[in-house]
Design a protein around this ligand. Sequence first.
Ligand code: EPU
Length: 340
Amino acid sequence: MIQIQENISLQYFNTFGIDAKARYFIEVSTDEALQELLHHTIFRNNKYLILGGGSNILFTKNFDGLVIKSAMTGITVTAENDDFIFVRAGSGENWHQLVMHCLQHNWGGVENLSLIPGTAGAAPMQNIGAYGVEIQNVIENVNGIELSTGTLRTFTNSDCHFNYRESIFKQELKEKYFISSITLRLTKKKHHLNTSYGAIQDVLKQHNIAHPTIQHVSDAVIAIRQSKLPDPRVIGNAGSFFKNPTAHEKEVELIKKEYPSIPIYPIGNQNVKVAAGWLIEQCGWKGKKLGNIGVHPQQALVLVNYGNGNGEEIFQLAMKIQASVKEKFGITLTTEVNII
Ligand code: EPU
């Protein structure tokens, strides 16, 4: 028998620590419980929101509907061959714990994604990425349950339509599927290390590591993240608030005349990705504190709640930042964080 709770604070269910309330709230730990929920009158008569680790969401108001959170756990090996191991994780598993589990077993592919907050089930939704690796590089498949019919569907990697911080689950199928598990395809011995990111190389050099293992790469990523990204358990935040925008080379050439150091990364078709953190810093926002909220002093792309900040204030700050970047550089920032 499933139990739906009423008027629940979501403060501990979102990493911004916003004290928004859900009219109804349920944690679902099995496929059977989810099937039961789909027939429940509260589900049928209310809008709903599927919540992962709450690490990529900003509540600007209470949610007058049903919040469904996955508590589906379990990490199992589903298949293996000489080179690869296929590891399935329940959607409610903590992503970083899953990465640590893989490292303990010397399974490679997710080490660059160490310390990313959130759950395994939410990870493919926004195609989490860091230090040159995205989850799309290791996803074998995603199991989802269609909420209108209760039908289970397995999405192959290409079915997921992965893109930079995007997938089918954030686009056409938004709120249509409840992800129950993901399966990763990981290397067993010939690991393909990605140490292309300058900061990783710097840390490895500092520690005189000439032949890094996946554990070394994970340790380096953790050290880098801890040095510039605030720990959400200490200061509320949702990582990068905006995506790094795409601009045309010609557009950037003009900006370069005045700002030769603008960090850009070519992505083909004469387009480049521009570092949003840099754009925001140039507009003078880095380290700005406005009462209970602000812009992180080490990473201007991260908006923070120092405590008791509310979601609407953070949203208003984000809109001001967006407007000033548009005015100064003519570039439109779009949010990476889901605004509710
Ligand atoms: N920069 C500044 N000022 C700042 C912040 C950054 O000038 O305040 C410059 C840096 O000096 C660097 C460039 O911008 O030249 C890029 O900065 P950084 O390496 O910190 O990475 P990012 O582009 O800001 C992205 C992801 C992060 C991911 C890192 C590492 C997005 C939106 N963000 O950040 O992902 O951890 O790369 O791969 O793509 C997240 O998605 O929540 C997230 C944290």
